[in-house]
Ligand binder design. Structure first.
Ligand SMILES: Cc1ncc(COP(=O)(O)O)c(C=O)c1O
Length: 452
């Protein structure tokens, strides 16, 4: 086997299609329901929010969806992203495991999120949309859409969860540098925001609240649509560009993963890396294990219920069947802001229920500890979200050390942590603590699930 560290493909090998796992599901997913009628939604129900091409992708069962040339061209600014063999980490851990990571922090916004941002911006632009509203948790998604807005000449308006807005002032500056506007959510700009502030003026916000604000604005104007950075089928579809590249890179190395690991907020970076491989497994390929890692403070897959729920707090969105903590759930203000969503991608929930994905939850302290072990060996400081995947990978590598097995472990290093140094400062100073939601808080939020 090659002794190289990085496997880098030429621009000509950027995939020409995304992979759609709906084509290979062993059982169909539950339909998406209208929030008022509780009947399955059709394309016209989604038209006020999304462009037609995106709605078609949301409902498509085609295995391959063509990546438009202007999107491939935008991808060329940072894709194909490198696949690393973590030789230094392997040595530091004394493990016989072969550890690989796909590094999505090379994108201009520093994470995997531009993979779908440029695609969504392209489709909106092509259909004459002038403005896109959105929410952002950690600021990675807002930054990515701001970048895509500059590339495709669209106005971008971002509602940023207040706890992150305060933790990461540079994210706002980043978005504004690309010409976007960024407001702390809950805000006074929308009815949804004002209603939350009336109840709790100190609210630190949540993705569910920020989504309500962005959706409310988009529904008010014909020239404005809404974009979501995770959860929905079309977002996971766009992210598969990363898993498809990884397949080619591993082919060159003549290797195949035994375990694929990703952190899960709404599920998009995990799905982007895992789904092309999971599709192979569903079509009779190797029995790779798929591990989705979430924070113990927002344990959607491990402690949530698989049920119909709203995607937002004000109940403006359709109902999807997913693992959820309840749309009223507000997680504590822990430092992996991108993992603070109450629900999970329906495709990931469905495949978890079917037994193909194994979820796991970790506390933030052990994740930062793993992130520093990784950084000191590999020289890259991971985003706090990515530290969850790092932690699970290190655990798997240490298990290999115990058993003496040389397994191939692949994880998504979905972003760097250069905008998250306050989190590392707090961790290094011993100022971070674990804040898991109480059983009472969890059952209160679940009591608000709709009856279907
Ligand atoms: C670096 C990073 N990783 C992970 C996530 C979680 O999102 P997802 O599960 O869709 O990848 C986010 C969300 O903002 C993020 O910024």
């Amino acid at each position: 086997m090659s002794e190289s560290i990085k496997t880098v493909l030429p621009e000509s090998e950027i995939p020409r299609h995304w992979y759609n796992i709906n084509a290979d599901l062993p059982e169909p997913m539950a339909p998406v329901l209208h929030p008022v009628t509780h009947q399955p939604v059709g394309p016209s129900d989604l038209a006020p929010l999304f462009p037609q091409a995106v709605i078609e992708q949301e409902m498509s069962t085609e295995r391959e969806v063509e990546i438009p040339e202007p999107v491939r061209d935008a991808y060329r600014q940072w894709r194909p992203s490198p696949l690393y063999r973590a030789r230094r980490l392997e040595k530091a851990l004394g493990t016989p495991a072969r550890i690989y990571y796909k590094y999505e922090g090379v994108s201009p916004a520093g994470s995997h999120k531009p993979n779908t941002a440029v695609a969504q911006a392209f489709y909106n632009k092509a259909e004459g949309v002038k403005r896109i509203t959105t929410e952002t948790g950690a600021g990675q998604w807002g930054s990515s859409l701001a970048l895509a807005g500059a590339m495709f000449e669209l106005d971008i308006e971002v509602f940023m969860v207040k706890v992150s807005f305060n933790q990461k002032p540079y994210r706002r500056a980043f978005m504004e540098s690309f010409g976007a506007s960024c407001v702390a959510s809950p805000s006074n700009v929308t009815e949804a925001g004002r209603a939350v502030l009336a109840q709790d003026p100190e609210s630190t916000g949540s993705l569910g609240i920020a989504i309500s604000e962005a959706v409310e604005l988009a529904a008010q104007r014909d020239d404005t649509k809404y974009a979501l950075g995770s959860v929905l089928n079309h977002v996971l579809l766009h992210q598969t560009v990363s898993g498809l590249e990884t397949m080619r890179q591993l082919e060159q190395l003549d290797d195949y993963p035994d375990k694929i690991i990703g952190c899960t907020g709404g599920g998009s970076n995990f799905a982007g890396l895992a789904f092309p491989f999971l599709g192979e497994r569903l079509r009779g390929g190797p029995a790779t294990e798929f591990i989705a890692v979430e924070p113990a403070s927002c344990p959607t897959l491990t402690k949530g219920r698989f049920a119909y729920d709203w995607g937002d707090t004000s109940h403006l969105t359709p109902l999807t069947k997913m693992h959820t903590l309840g749309s009223g759930f507000v997680p504590p203000g822990f430092h992996a802001g991108g993992l603070r969503y109450h629900g999970m991608a329906p495709q990931i929930s469905h495949l978890t229920e079917l037994g193909y994905i194994h979820p796991r939850a970790y506390g933030q302290l052990e994740c930062f500890d793993a992130g520093l072990t990784f950084a000191r060996a590999e020289g890259i400081i991971p985003a706090p979200e990515a530290n969850h995947a790092v932690k699970a990978t290190i655990d798997a590598a240490l298990a290999c050390r115990e058993s003496g097995e040389s397994k191939a472990l692949l994880f998504n290093l979905c972003g760097h942590g250069h905008f998250d140094m306050q989190a590392y400062t707090d961790y290094l100073a011993g100022n971070l603590k674990e804040e898991a939601p109480s059983a009472a808080e969890q059952s209160m939020a679940l009591a608000g699930l709709p009856t279907i």
